[in-house]
Design a protein around this ligand. Sequence first.
Ligand code: SF4
Length: 188
Amino acid sequence: MLNDMKQPNITLGISSCLLGNAVRYDGKHKRSDMICSIFSHLFDFQPFCPEVAIGLGIPRPPIQLVQQKTDEETQGIRVVEVQNRKQDYTVQLTQYAKKTVCTDFTAISGFIFKQSSPSCGMERVKVYKPDGTFLHQRGIGRFAQVIQQQCPLLPVEEAERLIDVKVREHFVQRVYAYYACSLRNGMI
Ligand code: SF4
């Protein structure tokens, strides 16, 4: 059972659209009632929308993951506009993620990502060939990938998986442990 007492000063990063903020490419949100109800009793939230943060508008052209030539850092997966594949946001999303880890993550004890997104999805994101045909569904959103590379110990989960009560409880325990460890080490 989750303790429904809010823990002081424990903050989770979260994909902004999950909180009901209308920041998606189509000008809508993907509010998660479960997260807004259960998790807001436990934690504070710090929202992030990497696509808006790199200067894309609301609404904006949709983007997707495309497998192009192999390179060391991204394994050839690029983040490009669906309708204009020359418009490539991989570098901007990578740079933003690296910068925000340094500037905004000192007080964060976990992160909840929006599933399926080419920016925020942690796993099972669709990847396409350069000609636009579907290739596989083993991609990782670029922002989520860099955050996990930069902060390998940070507890992370996708909103959809947190519907499962066991996954949820395990995640909350990891967040508490991470927070306690950060306190001990004087990082918070
Ligand atoms: S999934 Fe991520 S990039 Fe897309 S709207 Fe939500 S917060 Fe922004």
